[in-house]
Design a protein around this ligand. Structure first.
Ligand code: PMP
Length: 410
């Protein structure tokens, strides 16, 4: 048999569009924590961005009923008529905003809403203004779509909120979007009417700039904080605002993968074009569950909110007792974003100096098996994020370990 020269198999080389995007630091920390757990260490992970509660029974039942009715096929491209109607009613009932059914889109999680929106609207070099700290997927999705994230640091002194003068200075002719997230992942900071008003006035003066708001944590707010969405405050911005929300956090439905948004018809249509070539429609069964989430009883939200509030108070007060840590009281979500600036320059018992927030969070994982995420993962040092979506017992234990490890730094 003649020798056939078989060329060597070429190594995989990824596309340049993902060159600047690394594996999420949050996932990396999760992987390290899981590896330590497998070694039998008593690791407490305060990194997860999802409620520890279960999806309510009535929602699960609605999904089972949908399966039994045979609703197991493709649905309309960007949401079944029933779900779009439920979303429109939700916006009217809870936010005082009127979106017609053709101004609503449904996707496989709010993450796909963001992806569809940026994919459908950004040309190479278009800028998106993002107050920092921010949920890291924002900048990664923007970069995949060819856009340029313009990050504006907003530290604890500014309540982790963007101000009008800083927004004004950041706007250029290339600005396509301003992206605001209230309550925020990772800071828990939220924008009330008085915080939003000056920002909306700036946007009114710059008609080429569109507003994207991520209201994902709307239902997790504390101390009578009055949640408001920008379009309700300034109807004149409705024709260039995308209002994003979803069922993941409020209804403990992260695995069902349903997010939705309201926005101008032309944008919604362009987003559907992207979705049609990515995932077609969201899961039919999950859509039936989301209809029940939005239309069904809402009283459990207050109970869960009260439980999150107790956990927030526990974490904030324990953190503020630690020398070197300062924690602002967050208005919402289930995160604290505390400063660990006071730890920088201190030395661990093994002689290693803490030079950054990452050094501090590494030190916590390696010495007391508590996994938290450094602020640098969200674009702002020197902080660290705790997700308190876990039991009070586990939080108490974790905080006492953090206190002991901090006290051991000299
Ligand atoms: N926005 C924010 C601020 C989030 O924290 C998350 C989830 N971590 C999402 C959107 C995406 O949620 P989902 O895709 O589960 O709807």
């Amino acid at each position: 048999m003649a020798d056939i020269a078989v060329p060597p198999v070429a190594e995989f080389r990824s596309a340049s569009r993902i060159a600047s995007i690394g594996v999420s630091k949050i996932l990396m920390i999760g992987a390290r924590a899981a590896a330590r757990k497998r070694e039998g260490r008593p690791v407490i992970v305060l990194g997860a961005g999802e409620p520890d509660f279960d999806t309510p029974e009535n929602i699960k039942e609605a999904a089972k009923a949908a399966i039994d009715r045979g609703e197991t096929k493709y649905t309309a491209l960007d949401g079944s008529p029933e779900l779009k109607k439920a979303v429109a009613e939700k916006f009217r009932r809870e936010n005082g905003v009127d979106y017609a059914v053709d101004e609503i889109t449904v996707a496989t999680g709010a993450k796909q809403i963001l992806f569809n929106a940026f994919m459908a609207s950004l040309d190479a070099g278009d800028e998106v203004i993002i107050p920092t700290p921010y949920w890291t997927s924002y900048s990664d999705i923007i970069e995949v779509c060819g856009g340029v994230p313009v990050l504006i640091p907003c530290d604890a002194a500014s309540g982790f909120r963007l101000t009008a003068d800083r927004l004004e200075k950041a706007i250029t002719p290339k600005t396509k979007w301003v992206l605001l997230n209230s309550p925020s992942n990772p800071s828990g900071a939220a924008y009330g009417e008085a915080d939003y008003r000056p920002l909306l006035d700036v946007l009114l003066r710059h008609p080429h700039v569109w507003l994207m708001v991520d209201d994902m944590y709307e239902h997790i707010v504390y101390d009578d904080f009055d949640f408001v969405t920008p379009v309700a405050l300034e109807p004149a911005l409705k024709s260039r605002t995308l209002t994003i929300n979803g069922v993941s956090k409020a209804y403990a439905m992260t695995g069902w993968r349903i997010g939705y948004a309201g926005g101008p018809k032309a944008l919604i249509k362009a987003m559907a074009v992207i979705q049609s070539q990515a995932t077609s429609c969201p899961s039919s069964v999950s859509q039936a569950a989301a209809v029940e989430a939005l239309n069904g009883p809402q009283d459990f939200l207050a109970e869960r909110q009260a439980s999150f509030r107790r956990r927030r108070d526990l974490v904030v007060s324990a953190l503020n007792k630690i020398d070197g840590i300062e924690c602002r009281v967050p208005e919402g979500a289930f995160y604290t974003f505390a400063s660990c600036k006071g730890m920088i320059g201190r030395t661990a018992p093994d002689g290693k100096r803490i030079e950054s927030d990452t050094d501090f969070t590494d030190y916590l994982l390696e010495t007391v098996d508590v996994a938290v995420v450094p602020g640098s993962a969200f674009g702002l040092s020197t902080y660290f994020r705790i997700s308190y979506a876990t039991s009070e017992a586990e939080l108490t234990e974790a905080l006492s370990r953090i206190a002991a490890a901090s006290a051991a730094l000299a």
